[in-house]
Design a protein around this ligand. Structure first.
Ligand SMILES: [Zn+2]
Length: 281
């Protein structure tokens, strides 16, 4: 997708997908397995989910390439990303497919190593034919800068950068999301914002402050509420689709123009989001 096309779509309000991992687990993926390997063994489960996201209104679905990078995997990265993008592409229909990359997980990794890790994965994603690059669940600014620099070095696709933040807008590896967003805008990000983090109710002031800090589109892709830990120690996301839609309405009013869901959200949550964004159209 051309960066101008992405910008024009974002100005009209752009709908992303919802959770992948929590829905794959609900469909039988065991805890602790590599989701990339599991998806390649059960492609129809992810494809059914992504078809339901597109039917619910998602205009971009994320390929299941979250940790398909050298820092997480010994296996050849290019082939893995190519196969995973093909799984999503076969289900996406008219929707766009974003290549998904994430945090390296540790703040002490040298910048050059992060840059090479992201360059290898994003080059593979671009060659696999993705329409955009989603750099998500990021914990710090240096790793996000490395991922954006890598993307700009190997392709001219739209790049969305989203952080997992606490409700006061701080990044887990330190620093403020507002300063991070300004840096990423200056380095050529096409959109910035938050994903995962908490529920939409905790993010309204973060989104409003982001809207005031940068001029590129703002992304909101929160969880289905703050998780509750059940008796077995598993996170349960309590917010139903209707309540999620109502909360997302407030984040859109606060300045988010690109919206979706993270952990615990389903195609029903995306349908509720579409209803508030499009007024039922
Ligand atoms: Zn999440």
């Amino acid at each position: 997708m051309k960066r101008e096309t992405f910008r024009a779509l974002a100005e009209q309000g752009l709908i992303l997908d919802g959770a992948t991992g929590s829905n794959l687990m609900a469909a039988g993926m065991p805890r602790g397995v590599s989701s990339e390997d599991w998806v390649l063994e059960h492609p129809e489960v992810l494809q059914d989910l992504q078809r339901r996201y597109v039917a619910a209104g998602s205009q971009i679905v994320y390929a299941p390439t979250f940790t398909a990078s050298h820092i997480y995997r010994k296996a050849p990265v290019a082939e893995l990303n190519r196969r995973l993008v093909a799984v999503s592409r076969a289900a996406a229909g008219e929707a766009f497919v974003a290549g998904d990359v994430t945090t390296v997980g540790r703040p002490e990794i040298p910048y050059e190593e992060m840059l090479e890790n992201y360059r290898e994965q994003i080059e593979a994603l671009a060659e696999a034919g993705v329409d955009a690059i989603a750099i998500e669940t990021m914990m710090g600014l240096p790793e996000t800068t490395a991922a954006l620099e890598a993307a700009r070095a190997v392709c001219d696709l739209p790049v969305l950068c989203t952080f997992s933040v606490s409700s006061d807008g701080m990044l887990y590896f330190g620093g403020s999301v507002l300063e991070a967003a300004q840096t990423l805008e200056a380095l050529g990000a096409d959109a910035v914002g938050v994903n995962c983090s908490s529920g939409p109710d905790q993010l309204e002031s973060v989104i409003r402050n982001l809207r005031g800090a940068v001029s590129i589109p703002i992304v909101a892709k929160p969880n289905a509420g703050m998780p509750i830990i059940d008796d077995e120690g598993h996170a349960v996301y309590p917010m139903g689709a209707g309540a999620f839609g109502e909360s997302m309405k407030r984040l859109i009013a606060a300045g988010a123009s690109i919206a979706g869901g993270c952990c615990g959200t389903t195609p029903e949550h995306i349908a509720a989001l579409r209803a508030v964004l499009r007024g039922g159209k």
